[in-house]
Design a protein around this ligand. Sequence first.
Ligand SMILES: O=c1ccn([C@@H]2O[C@H](COP(=O)(O)O)[C@@H](O)[C@H]2O)c(=O)[nH]1
Length: 276
Amino acid sequence: MNKQQLFENIKRKKSFLCVGLDTDIKKIPEHLLKEEDPIFAFNKAIIDATADLCIAYKPNLAFYESMGVKGWIAFEKTVNYIKQNYPDQFIIADAKRGDIGNTSAMYARTFFEELDIDSVTVAPYMGEDSVTPFLTYEGKWVILLALTSNKGSHDFQLTEDTNGERLFEKVLRKSQEWASDEQMMYVVGATQGRAFEDIRKIVPEHFLLVPGVGAQGGSLEEVCKYGMNKTCGLIVNSSRGIIYVDKTENFAAASRKAAQEVQAQMAEELKKVIND
Ligand SMILES: O=c1ccn([C@@H]2O[C@H](COP(=O)(O)O)[C@@H](O)[C@H]2O)c(=O)[nH]1
């Protein structure tokens, strides 16, 4: 999916919501445990209940890999289910990969060849040769960690060099030498508030993947105020705030309601910036 198609989907659905599929066997409704593949059964119900309200799904690999082979099978089935039934959805493998070049090439092969996923999150710490193998696939995206939502973002990302440049700013500047806004996005946590203003000075046109609303308490309003650009430029993720609002047989309808509330807020925010 290219940037224009993503923007068209956002306008059509009046939504820039990404539903995070952080599916934990310990948190899903008990009645699903009798299913042959409870993780996939849960994901399928959540996807069917929310697909018209969101433009992306983000399974986080940790939740699947922690279950071994069964988890990987559930992950693959989930990706295939979305692709077959909701082909307009942008799929993000939140895997936070990155290694020496030949190893990164294997990660890229996993997500972009073995599975036909649209994008993968990548850690920038190992530099250019750890990122570029992901960029050799046309139509596929790297989503580079820039300023994350957690407290630990202060340990490295927010520290300044002798010229006053913060590490996340260096990541944003340097990585623009590797790919354009047609192939690279950045992770910026919703908890980072006004930092979005500084980020937009360096990457005015790029899409940002924004986790941290909902369970982590980030403000959607603030993210939009400082981070939205003329093509929206935001994919805002919520995982626990959508998928775990109810543990009964009614869980999917409850997730839909939670997604509807966020989507309604997003529609209002889009009106402020986008005319058509
Ligand atoms: O800076 C980051 C980068 C990634 N994440 C991931 O996003 C979701 C957030 O889940 P919630 O339940 O909505 O808090 C999760 O997969 C994280 O690993 C992030 O939170 N912050």
